[in-house]
Design a protein around this ligand. Sequence first.
Ligand SMILES: [Zn+2]
Length: 168
Amino acid sequence: MNLFRKLFGAKPVQSTVRDDHEAQSAKSLSDASPRRSAIATGAPTPFQQLANERNAAATTGGAIAAEWSWRGGTSGCWIPEHEARNGRVYAVRGNWAEEKGFMTAGDGYTDEITGPLEEDECRCMYVYLYALRNVPDAMVTAAGKESLARARSLIEADRRRRSDASSK
Ligand SMILES: [Zn+2]
């Protein structure tokens, strides 16, 4: 009954402590909220915040893949798996090139691994790739290669047209 009153705002707030308890039980009844799981995993560190911002900007900017850059050295990352990831290219899931059937995941997807800076002792970063021509050959499908070749021949034809025009 308390829960019912709480949900419909009929009960005046008496004690914040008790209120919190009720809020918790209300949440566990209505399944975990995203906010609650964020609290459970802790607030992001400044580095994690930075990584999240970079990731959001790259995704908005149309990044199709990300190359892992391992940062060894005195102030670097000493996680062995991260050193092994150096230079590997991970696809951004659902990107435009993948949707057109132009590329495959290659070494996997960025959402399948813990990202750079996600672990406290990590100082790695992603170099985001935005163009199909910058993605490793092995990740580009036959259709993707065809599309790249078509684009190249269009550019070449355009270049030839312009040099013809200027020589007249
Ligand atoms: Zn690292």
